[in-house]
Write a protein that binds this ligand. Structure first.
Ligand SMILES: CC(C)(COP(=O)(O)OP(=O)(O)OC[C@H]1O[C@@H](n2cnc3c(N)ncnc32)[C@H](O)[C@@H]1OP(=O)(O)O)[C@@H](O)C(=O)NCCC(=O)NCCS
Length: 149
């Protein structure tokens, strides 16, 4: 069964923190950092979860209230056992549906083939790189999406 994509509620916080640790390890956001994301929901954050009884994935967007400002896709992840079943695509589709008429930017490690494959499939193009941006000297790829008519 495909999960439902819905806005996150504060009750999701522990499950999201746990899944973030599984997905990002040392790069995971702390519970305090996640609380900060939830605190900004009324301001400029959109957090969506893939809900199949448990949280199977999530996406975080920074959506500035000023329409001409770019949206940033801050994070997206799917539980390892559930990857490649379309959940990341479901999350992206729901996220981009909230970005009509806007430009969306994201930053991704150059070696992250799965994420780059996902983003490319939704029409994100590489526009720039930050050379040696990550620990270990890996490049960050900056990708951009704009709604096409
Ligand atoms: C990136 C991620 C969210 C993709 O989620 P997913 O649920 O596996 O994605 P989907 O099943 O919807 O795949 C959608 C498309 O993405 C691309 N894709 C996904 N995994 C891929 C892989 N391992 N290699 C190449 N392309 C891949 C494919 O184009 C795929 O379409 P297809 O299955 O029809 O070929 C998931 O791999 C993940 O959580 N990675 C760890 C966290 C992360 O690195 N997040 C991004 C940085 S914030």
């Amino acid at each position: 069964m495909r999960p439902a994509i819905r806005p996150a509620v504060i009750e999701d916080l522990p499950a999201i923190v746990e899944l973030d640790e599984v997905c990002f390890g040392a790069e995971a956001w702390s519970a305090t950092a996640w609380q900060g994301e939830f605190d900004r929901l009324a301001e400029d954050r959109v957090i969506l979860v893939a809900d199949e009884g448990t949280v199977a994935g999530y996406v975080v967007l920074l959506v500035p209230p000023v329409e001409v400002d770019v949206v940033e896709l801050l994070r997206i992840a799917v539980a390892p056992a559930e990857r490649r079943t379309g959940i990341g695509g479901q999350l992206m589709k729901a996220a981009l549906a909230r970005c009509a008429g806007r430009t969306v930017l994201l930053e991704v490690a150059a070696s992250n083939d799965s994420a780059i494959g996902l983003y490319g499939g939704f029409g994100f193009d590489e526009i720039s790189r930050r050379r040696g941006y990550y620990a270990g000297g890996e490049d960050a790829v900056i990708m951009r999406w704009r709604e096409t008519a």
